[in-house]
Design a protein around this ligand. Structure first.
Ligand SMILES: O=c1ccn([C@@H]2O[C@H](COP(=O)(O)O)[C@@H](O)[C@H]2O)c(=O)[nH]1
Length: 234
């Protein structure tokens, strides 16, 4: 039975063992988990099998960004390993996203497919340096519309943009939001942040939480504090 929780815990660890130690403290009825570039590069698909075996739905966050044929193949490979959600970079463009969508459809694969808009670690000055004059909010909006029109199930954005996208793209368009920072946590390298309760109130569908839990002195206490904040909000 899939969890009703919006929480996705980012297992950003440098070894399979460390990631599974944390997974063994988590409850698949209370959260999903995310496997990103560091863990997957170190452990390979074994980590997916191990997490699936423990009952977790897994978001494979590899942010594919390449020519359409290559991305379509990578998305197919991820979906065939049973992941719940996989992502690409919206900056790869319409043809790339459409190819990924078509590949999943052709093979009857129901993995959720979403696109990264503007990384939550970026602010306006970072965009300017890569030649984008728009504000993060404007660029997120542009890429979210493109992602929706290219057949994506939703986007990765910051919670600061979620309310606007809710109005533009509707309830069923997923807003997956990293950069979640409870009051007790540091921002770290994140620029566009929001608290868990505010993110849900703004229309985030899923909250991606990494270091505020995984690097906390007491990770379970940190997770419970976030759950309490969300429960108080409902
Ligand atoms: O725009 C993005 C896209 C992905 N991420 C990923 O989410 C987690 C956030 O971890 P924290 O420790 O809570 O900052 C991490 O795995 C990123 O790779 C993101 O932060 N922003």
């Amino acid at each position: 039975m899939p969890t009703a929780s919006p929480l996705i815990i980012a297992l950003d660890y440098s070894s399979l063992n460390a990631a599974l130690c944390m997974a063994d403290r988590l409850d698949p009825l209370r959260c999903r988990v995310k496997v990103g570039k560091e863990l997957f590069t170190r452990s390979g698909p074994e980590v997916l099998d191990a997490l699936h075996g423990r009952g977790f739905e897994v978001f494979l966050d590899l942010k594919f960004h390449d020519i359409p044929n290559t991305v379509a193949g990578a998305v197919q490979a991820a979906a065939e390993q049973g992941v719940w959600m996989v992502n690409v970079h919206a900056g790869g463009g319409r043809r790339m996203m459409e190819a990924a969508r078509q590949r999943l459809e052709r093979h009857g694969l129901s993995t959720r497919l979403i696109a990264v808009t503007v990384l939550t670690s970026m602010e306006a000055t970072d965009l300017a340096e890569v030649g984008i004059a728009a504000s993060p909010a404007e660029q997120v909006e542009r890429l979210a519309m493109l992602a929706r029109d290219s057949g994506m199930d939703g986007v990765v954005c910051s919670a600061q943009e979620a309310a606007r996208l809710q109005g533009l793209c509707g309830d069923s368009f997923l807003k997956v939001t990293p950069g979640i920072r409870p009051a007790f946590a540091e921002a770290d390298d994140q620029q566009r942040v929001m608290s868990p309760a505010a993110a849900i109130a703004a229309g985030s569908t899923y909250l991606v939480v990494g270091r505020p839990v995984t690097q906390a002195q007491d990770p379970m206490a940190a997770l419970e504090a976030i759950e309490s904040e969300l429960a108080a909000k409902v």
